[in-house]
Ligand binder design. Structure first.
Ligand code: NDP
Length: 523
């Protein structure tokens, strides 16, 4: 019998071992030979459907290189996919929970065998270095295994407890919602894409999956694995396309029952608004699950272990070039140790190697031109709002390769209300803020509208306990980095404008895609 207690997160690969590095490089060669240049069509009702127009994936570390293409769904494709999914739902919803769960487990097993290929593909498509790609594929496997096992608690009549009542049988039944759309970002294009569709699917819903434009290939790779694992036709429809076209069509459509979205605050709030407007023919209130941006802070006080704090800050700020919703974009240091901590942080960040994902550089290129231009504007603003202590430029090339390269940047003495201390930049750019003392630091940390991740480096027990209660974030970390949540271990999701706190990889996540029916029989 499947039990969530049997779930164990995947171990990560040790890239200090030269054998693992060699295996990764061999996988890069294999992917170049077999996947680069590949085209992924749409998948509708189990059939591969091509379109007149295509979306192209470019290597952000070398923009002269095309990695591959996907089809580009039209409104008509989306409509057909929606209708087909409702037909498939009629049978899929009646499958036994364990039979659905087994498909996820088989997909996890296939992905384990193809782990290095998935990693190498992301290195080329979005510029992840080896460790960043490796932990992401581990997370995708974890989502599949964790959700497969957690689904069992929702199976059958009486899955949730009710109170005994004389003369009657009472019980609760969990039922899937129907057909929903899953819209995902490019920054975790394997793990988040997979988790966001696997969760609704395993409990009996059908899903239309729209990946981000920049990362359609790894999404297509994952969909192939899920189909190979046995997903029936129509249950998962693959719809790469433009968010503002096909995404907008699906989120506003009266036949869309739920929307699960991970992405920016602006798009998420827009979806929330349009989904709330009832369309002619719509007979439900759409369920909307939103995971949005962050302006995540790490506080360092005068009692902190300096080495722990500097390591935490460096890993949290510059892992995948700061392109994580959980990335540290504010470092808040109490005045007493400000100079010591900030100097050590700058020195550590100076040693980070910039380069391509393929070379396994610590900091690679940011994902696309739009992102690059947006970060450039913030760099210019940062020069007015603080003192540039490191970096500050976006050269747009590195080692003779044209790409979206931004220098790791640290801007000191930024005021809490400055724009670079309030707005999500989504690049390797840190605003450092000086706090009078611990209480001031906590106040500053809570002074944005976001509330995703946060951290405290301190040896003071009372302060840690105060932060446990008062630091307004969905994921709080003490004396370590603030990124890298593990499925089942640190359920993930934010407060305030960072989302609906649905806690992906958590014990209640699947309930987002279920409705409860209470049934009573009088004996
Ligand atoms: P975007 O909001 O730009 O895009 C996310 C997805 O929404 C993409 O698939 C996009 O499609 C689609 N989209 C765009 N416009 C619409 C629309 N009008 N209707 C429906 N769908 C639409 O985010 P990014 O891809 O740039 O991802 C980065 C953001 O994601 C950051 O803000 C980051 O913090 C957040 N994020 C949050 C996480 C969390 O757990 N809280 C985790 C990871 C990222 P297209 O690609 O075609 O534009």
């Amino acid at each position: 019998m499947l039990k969530v207690q049997d779930y164990r997160p995947q171990p990560f690969t040790d890239f200090t071992n030269p054998e693992n590095v060699a295996a990764y490089q061999a996988a890069l060669e294999k992917v170049r030979a077999e996947l680069v240049g590949k085209h992924y069509p749409l998948i509708i009702n189990g059939e591969r459907v091509d379109t007149a127009e295509r979306l192209t994936s470019i290597n952000p570390c070398d923009t002269s290189e095309v990695i591959g293409t996907t089809a580009k769904a039209t409104i008509e494709d989306a409509q057909r996919a929606l209708e087909g999914a409702w037909e498939a739902f009629e049978t899929w919803k009646a499958w036994d929970m364990d039979a659905r769960a087994r498909i996820l487990l088989k997909a996890a097993a296939i992905l384990k065998r193809r782990r290095l290929e998935a990693c190498a593909l992301m290195t080329l498509e979005v510029g992840k270095n080896y460790a960043e790609a490796d932990v992401e594929v581990a997370e995708a496997i974890d989502f599949l295994e964790y959700y497969a096992r957690s689904a069992m608690k929702y199976a059958g009549f009486g899955a949730a407890e009710t109170t005994w009542f004389e003369g009657e049988e009472n019980g609760l039944l969990y039922l899937p919602l129907g057909v929903g759309v899953s819209i995902s970002p490019w920054n975790f294009p394997c793990a988040i894409f997979t988790g966001m569709l696997a969760a609704p699917l395993v409990v009996g819903n059908c899903v239309l999956a729209k990946p981000a434009e920049d990362s359609g290939m790894i999404a297509g790779f994952m969909v192939d694995i899920l189909l190979e694992a046995g997903l029936p036709a129509g249950v998962l429809q693959f719809l790469p396309g433009i968010g503002s076209e096909v995404g907008e069509y699906l989120t506003t459509h009266p036949k869309t029952r739920f929307i699960t979205f991970t992405g920016s605050r602006a798009v998420g709030l827009h979806i929330n608004e349009v989904a709330a407007k009832i369309q002619p023919g719509q007979k439900w209130i759409k369920k909307v699950v939103l995971e949005l941006g962050g302006k995540d802070a790490l506080i360092v006080d005068e009692t902190a272990d300096l080495d722990v704090a500097v390591t935490a800050a460096t890993q949290s700020a510059f892992g995948f070039n700061g392109q994580k919703c959980s990335a540290m974009s504010r470092l808040i240091v109490v005045d007493e140790v400000y100079d010591t901590v900030v100097n050590a942080f700058v020195e550590r960040a100076k040693s980070l190697k910039v380069g391509t994902g393929e070379e396994n550089a610590a900091v690679t290129a940011v994902v696309n031109e739009e992102s690059f231009e947006k970060i450039r504007q913030y760099l210019a603003l940062g020069k007015q709002e603080g003192q540039v202590l490191l970096g500050g430029e976006a050269p747009g090339e590195w080692g003779g390769k044209k790409g979206y390269y931004v220098q790791p940047t640290i801007i000191g003495d930024v005021k809490p209300e400055a724009r670079i201390a309030q707005e999500e930049i989504f690049g390797p750019v840190v605003a450092v803020l000086r706090a009078r003392d611990w209480q001031d630091a906590l106040r500053i940390a809570n002074s944005t509208e976001y509330g995703l991740t946060g951290g405290v480096c301190s040896q003071d027990r009372q302060r840690l306990e105060q932060a446990r209660a008062e630091f307004e974030v969905g994921n709080l970390y003490f004396n370590r980095k603030i990124t890298g949540a593990i499925v089942g271990v640190q359920p993930f999701g934010g407060y305030n404008m960072s989302g609906t706190d649905s806690k992906a990889g958590g014990p209640d996540y699947l309930a987002n895609f279920l409705q409860l029916k209470a049934v009573t029989e009088r004996w």
